[in-house]
Unconditional design. Structure first.
Length: 287
């Protein structure tokens, strides 16, 4: 792979170590997104490294992936070149700003994965989405659930504000709450239909369940790091104790060396006296 600079590395995470909890959660989210696609033509807005278009292309969907970051699109195009010719025919990528991009067709499914939190004027953005969504099309949206302090995030989403951002234009069909993401599947709302698909109490129950899972995960992580801290603290105390013992042994050895030197000097003096010679400066001492 060429040295293309990419900030969002969802493809690398998806294809990464299966034992990683983050990889498992990413695969769950990406696979769920792909499973919600309907029809044959798909628009992936904010496609990043192109993992969703590539997966859908392998199943025969015709997909256009767009992203505003040149590095992401270059990376995605390099990945596409390694795919089978059948996938290359189905998938294409464009580096563009969705709001200013002219699209001459309507799509059966439109995907917005971690996009809306970056958008300043969400209503305008969703109106553009609606204009290119087929009459019976599907919109699939995911956003981070709760606080995510990425520098380019314009807003924090919980279930309520995401639901009410989408519901004026779209009919909410399904809600999926992952560990750190919210997923919503919706379709065009018929103007005459005013009934909501979820009551406030249903939304509250869904969100409270998600909050419980999130809080449980955070507390478990805190306890894990707390236990790890105490383990390291115990190891540090053990090392400090060993260092104290070694210091004592070092002092004892130094005392032994001093005694040996004193004994050596005393022996030299006695030897010098007995022989009548001064051997204190002897370059080859006995000791």
């Amino acid at each position: 792979m060429a040295s293309t600079i990419v900030t969002d590395k969802v493809y690398d995470i998806y294809m990464g170590d299966s034992s990683s909890a983050f990889t498992q959660k990413t695969r769950e989210r990406i696979n769920w997104i792909c499973s919600q696609v309907s029809g044959t033509t798909v628009l992936d807005v904010g496609c990043s490294q192109g993992i969703v278009p590539l997966l859908l292309g392998r199943s025969g969907k015709t997909v256009l992936g767009i992203d505003i970051l040149p590095g992401s699109i270059s990376y995605a195009e390099e990945l596409l070149q390694k795919e089978d010719s059948s996938v290359k025919k189905c998938v294409s990528f464009r580096c563009a700003d969705f709001l200013t991009l002219e699209l001459n067709q309507k799509y059966d499914s439109i995907i917005l994965t971690e996009v809306l939190e970056h958008i300043l004027f969400v209503d305008t953005f969703l109106q553009k989405i609606l204009s290119v969504l087929a009459k019976k099309g599907t919109l699939i949206v995911t956003v981070p659930f709760g606080i995510n302090d990425y520098w380019d995030h314009k807003r924090t989403y919980y279930l309520g504000n995401l639901y009410f951002s989408l519901s004026p234009l779209f009919l909410i069909r399904e809600i999926k709450l992952f560990d750190s993401w919210i997923g919503i599947v919706c379709s065009r709302r018929k103007k005459w239909r005013v009934k909501k698909t979820h009551t406030p109490s249903e939304l509250l129950e869904i969100e409270e369940t998600a909050f419980y899972r999130r809080e449980r995960s955070l507390i478990d992580d805190k306890n894990k790091w707390k236990n790890a801290f105490h383990d390291q603290k115990d190891k540090l105390l053990s090392l400090q104790e060993q260092i104290g013992i070694l210091k004592q042994k070092n002092e004892q050895l130094q005392n032994d060396v001093r005694r040996w030197r004193e004994s050596s000097n005393s022996y030299k003096e006695k030897l010098s006296q007995s022989s009548g010679k001064d051997i204190s400066n002897n370059t080859n001492p006995i000791f």
